[in-house]
Design a binder for this molecule. Structure first.
Ligand SMILES: NC(=O)c1ccc[n+]([C@@H]2O[C@H](COP(=O)([O-])OP(=O)(O)OC[C@H]3O[C@@H](n4cnc5c(N)ncnc54)[C@H](O)[C@@H]3O)[C@@H](O)[C@H]2O)c1
Length: 265
């Protein structure tokens, strides 16, 4: 097992990609703090990690609230004595399906609060702990929407490029403290998030009106993805375990595309 004696905190770990990261890390021996807006979802995933033989705690947190993020990290450190891995995964997609000319200020505020400022809050809160221990791994979940500059997800796209840029800044700042900081950019995954995206695109784009969200998703996969298959939360879990492991000790400041080849750079 690659993460024995490690403790990880995963934001948005109550569903989708976050849940798969929790379970992949738990399978590799890590104890886990699941920090999610939805307490019951976090508790259900904590029970799944416990069934794998790990210690797991569920904490209700809104990652857009700095004091709540500080408190969650302090609670996690108190419960397990240390945190070795921080995964900033919680994210949302308000105002999607619309070009920037039809988006509202509120769409930008929400997406920046939850997708970007949250990463700043969590990195700032964990940095003293990692610097003092001269060890730590930070993994930020960005998206291919960042490098793709999506016309129908303007605020989301910019927020995820912001996460990639901030990942590099934190990587530079913490490198001297032996902390690795990387991003993962997932491609197309059939989670609750994409089910909502499918509904919105169907409503806003006449070309897709007769398709169910799942049919639309499959069409996107077929048209966009060179490897011609969807990505799964488990694919992202495997990548997160690798970046959290000693095998990745010389990788920092990178954005790893797990997208079947959509973005090649
Ligand atoms: N699904 C995709 O195709 C896809 C592609 C690229 C990137 N991503 C990114 O992956 C991450 C996870 O996406 P997902 O598809 O699993 O989403 P999801 O909606 O299925 O799950 C998100 C989880 O985050 C939690 N959450 C939402 N807002 C929160 C907040 N303010 N504070 C704490 N927790 C909060 C939710 O309760 C939920 O458990 C997001 O950052 C998303 O942008 C997803």
């Amino acid at each position: 097992m690659r993460l024995t004696d490690k403790a990880a905190m995963v934001t948005g770990g109550g569903a989708g990609i976050g849940r798969a990261i929790v379970l992949a890390m738990a399978r590799e021996g890590a104890d886990i703090v699941i920090a999610d807006l939805r307490r019951e979802a976090a508790e259900a995933v904590a029970r799944e990690a416990q069934d794998l033989g790990r210690k797991a705690a569920a904490i209700r947190v809104d990652v857009a609230q700095e004091t709540q993020v500080q408190q969650a990290i302090a609670d996690g450190i108190r419960q397990f004595g240390h945190i070795d891995i921080l995964v900033n995964n919680a994210g949302v997609t308000p105002g999607l399906g619309l070009p920037f000319t039809r988006q509202e200020e509120a769409d930008w505020d929400t997406v920046f609060d939850i997708n970007v400022k949250s990463v700043f809050f969590a990195c700032k809160a964990i940095a003293p702990h990692f610097m003092q221990r001269r060890s730590g791994k930070i993994i930020n979940i960005a998206s291919i929407a960042g490098p793709l500059s999506s016309l129908t997800m303007p605020s989301y796209s910019v927020s995820k490029m912001g996460v990639i840029t901030f990942t590099r800044i934190v990587a530079k700042e913490l490198a001297a403290s032996n902390v690795n900081v990387n991003a993962i950019c997932p491609g197309l995954l059939w989670t609750d998030m994409w089910k909502n995206i499918g509904e919105v695109i169907r409503e806003t784009n006449p070309a897709y009106r007769d398709l169910t969200p799942r049919q639309m998703f499959e069409k996107r996969v077929e048209e966009w993805i060179p490897l011609k298959r969807e990505q799964t939360p488990e694919d992202i879990g495997h990548a997160a375990v690798f970046l959290a492991s000693e095998e990745a000790r010389n990788i920092t400041g990178q954005a790893l595309m797990v997208d079947g080849g959509v973005v090649m750079q």
